[in-house]
Design a protein around this ligand. Sequence first.
Ligand code: HT7
Ligand code: ZN
Length: 853
Amino acid sequence: PTAIRREDYQAPDWLVPEVELKFGLDPARTVVTARLTVKRNGGHDRPLELDGEELELLSLKVDGEKREARFEDGRLVVDLTGAAATVETEVVIAPEKNSQLMGLYASGGILCTQCEAEGFRRITFFPDRPDVLSRYRVRLEADKARFPVLLANGNPVEEGEAEDGKHFALWEDPFPKPCYLFAIVAGDLQCNADRFTTMSGREVELGIWVREADLPKTRLAMQALKDSMAWDERTYGREYDLDRFNIVAVSDFNFGAMENKGLNIFNTRYVLADPETASDGDIDAVAAVVAHEYFHNWSGNRVTCRDWFQLSLKEGLTVFRDQGFSEDMGSAAVQRIDQVRTLRAAQFPEDAGPLAHPIRPDSYMEIANFYTATVYNKGAEVIRMMRTILGSEAYRKGTDLYFERHDGQAVTCEDFVACMEEASGADLRQFRLWYSQAGTPTVRARLEQVDGGATLHLAQEVPPTPGQPAKQPMAIPLKVALIGADSGREIAGERLVMLERAEQSISFAGIDEPAFLSINRGFSAPVIVEADRKPGEIEALAAGDSDSFARFEAGQELMIRDLLAAITSGGPVATDAILTAVGATLRSQSLDPAFKADAIALPSESLLTDKLDRADPARVHAVREEVRRAIGNALKDDLSRAYTQASAADPASLSGADKGLRRLRAATLALLAAGDPQFGAGLAQRQYDEARTMTERQSALMVLAMLGPDIAAKALDDFYARFEDDPLVIDKWFAVQASVPGEATLAAVERLQSQPAFTMSNPNRLRALAGSFAGTPSAFHRADGLGYDWLAEVIVAADKLNPQTAARFVAPLGRWRKIEEGRAAKMRGALQRILGEPGLSKDVFELASKSLG
Ligand code: HT7
Ligand code: ZN
C-alpha cells in the first residue's frame, strides 16, 4: 500500500452538485441506482473518476446514453467532453455479507450505513472525498413487513405503498454535504419521539429509533439531546437547521457513533442506558457522545473538512465542545481530571511511540487508522489552549466568524486558526506548530527565590518522533501561581505565562515568604511538567493547592515519585507520604466525594511503565499492589468510614453528588479488598447482592474477580443469568474477566473465547474481550509472551472480517520499546508474524509495519 500525502492535495476535477439515489433494499441483494449531476471544476480536460469498492456494476449511462465501463486503478473512469453531464450507474451490493461494517450493512435485522471516512464508495460509484458537496434526494424501497421504518438524511417528502408487499419513502436533504455524511436506515424500529423549539422558534421533531424492547432505555439519551441543543444555542449561538433530528441505535458498529446529517447512527452502547444496566460512567458517556454527534451538525457538517488530513478540524473542535458541555452539566473540576486521565492513558503513549503523528498528519496509508486520541483528544487540547490564550470572549468571536465565513464549505485547520487570529488580533504563527509537530513537550521548571522576589526558570523540549527528528520550540500557555509554604495561601495569584522559547525566565515581585510552585493549573497545556521540588513541596500542594486540578496532580506526582523509586531500586516502597496524603483526603470535610475518589486512585500501571525506561511489567504490578495493600491495611478505618458514608448514595439519583458517592464507594471497596482480601470479599459480595444500580454491581463484581475465580464464581454466574438477554451487559461480563491482573487471565480469556456468546463479528464483544485483556498490563505482558501470541492471532482472524476493528488492537504490541528486552523481543515477534500473513488489510499492515519500524 502507498502513502497519501497532505502536500499532494488537489481540488476535485469534477463537482457533483446534485445526487439522486434509489435503493431497492434487500439484505442479500440491494440495487442502488445513482444519478449524478456533474460539473467540470476549472479548465482541464481530465475525465471524471469515480471511487468504487466491492460494487457489481450493472449499467452506466452518460446523458441518457449507455456507455461501456472503463476501470483504472480500481476507479471507474468516465470520459466527458462538455462542462456538465448526467452520469447514471446501477450497482448491486450485498449488505448481509458486509462484515467490515463500512458502507451498507446489516446489524440484527436492521439495514444501516457507515460512510465516514470512505464507506460511500461501497454503496455507489462516487468521488468519495469530503470536498465534493452535493444535495441529495433519496428513494428507499423495501419489504414493508421486514423494514417498516425507512429513514434517510434531511426531511421526509413522500411515502407510500409499492408492489409485492413493499413500500417506499422519499427523503430530501436541502444542505449540500460530503458523501461521508450520507446515511440510510431500514428496519423494524420503534421511536422515542419528542420535540425541541429552537431559539428562533422553529419546531424540530426528535426521534430515537431502537428495537421495541429497548425503548425504555432511551430516556437519558433523549434528555442529553435536548440539553445539547439548548447548550449549543447558549454557548456557541448555534441552532439546529432541519425539521427532523433522528438517532438510530445499532449493535454492530465500528466506532461510538456517526454524525450523519439529520440521521445520527449510534453504537447501542452510547444510546441505551438505565441505572440498572449501565454504570454512571456509561451514562455519562451516553450524554457526551449524544452531545458530540449533535455538535458536529455545525462543527463538521455545516463546516466540513477539505481533506482527511484536516480531520482534527472537526474532531478536535467537537471533542472540545462536548467537553465544555460535560463540564457545564456536571462538576467541571472532576470532568477536567477525567479528560486529562484519558489523554494520558490514550494519547501520551501514542505521542511517545512508533505511531506518533501530529494532530494534522502529513501522510497516511489508511485514514481509518487516524481516528486517534491524538487527532481527537490532543486536538481538543489545542482548541482549549487557543481559548486560554485569547480569552473566552475572543474565542467565541472567532468561532462565530468561522461558522459564518465557512458555512457550507470544506475547509482546513488553517482556516480555523485564521478566524481565531482575525477575531482576536492575536498572532498565532508559532502556535500553529501544535498542528504540525508531534510528540508531547516536556517542560522543566525551577523556582528560584532571592530576597523579595522569585524567578521561575522554564525550559522546553519536544522529543523526536517518526519523520520529525528535530523540533522547534512551541508556544505553551502555562497557568502558574505561587503558594506560600507557611501560609498555604496564593502569594502570587494565578497568571498565564506564555513559554515560547527553549528557555525562559519569569519574575514574580513581592514574594517575601518561601513559595511553592503550582504550575500547569487546570492542565492549561498538554505537556509533561518536570518541576524541581523542594522538600515537602509536593506534599503541601497535594494537601492544599487552591486549584483543584493542580491539587490532584500534586497527589499523583507524589505517588509516581515513590512508586517509581521502589520499582527502579528493587526495594520496598516508602509509603509514608502516600499514606499521609490518602488519609488526609479520606478524612477531609471539604473535598467532594468524586474528587476524593480520583485523588486516592494510584497512577495506572501503564502510566508508570510510560515513565520508565524498559519496564518489567511484573515488577510494576507488584509494587503498585504492595502500595494498594499498604493503603488498605494502614487506612482501613478511614476507608471503612468513607465506604459507609458513600453507601448513602441514592440509587435513584443521577445527580453529581450521588454519582460522586458511588465513585468513592467503588474506590474505597477496591482498596479495602487489597488490604484485607477476606474482609473485602465479604463486603464486595454483600454490595453485589444488595446492588440496586449497575455502578454498585459492576464495581463489586470487579473486586470479586480480582480476588480470584473461586471467590467470584457465584457473582459471575448470577450476573450472566440475570443479564443474559442484554448484550451490552454481557460485554461487561466478558470485560471484567478479561481485566483481571495477573498471568492466569490468559487461560480465562481463552475459555471465554470459546463461549457461545463470544463472537468476533461484533466489535463491542471483541473489544470487551481483546481490548480489556490487552489493556491489563500484568495479564497481557506474560513473561512467556503467550499474551502477545494470543492477541496476534485475534488480530489476524479479526482482520479477515473487519480490518478497522482488528487494527485497533495493534497498538498494544507496538509499545515494545517501553518494555524490558525479553518481552520486547516477543512483542516484535508477534508483530512480525502478523506482517507475514498473506492478504493482510492495509489497516493492519500500516500499523504493524510502523510499530516495528
Ligand atoms: N466522525 C465519526 C467517525 C466514525 C468513524 C470513523 C472510521 C470508521 C468508523 C466510524 N464511525 C464513526 C465519529 C465521531 O467522531 O463523531
Ligand atoms: Zn466526532
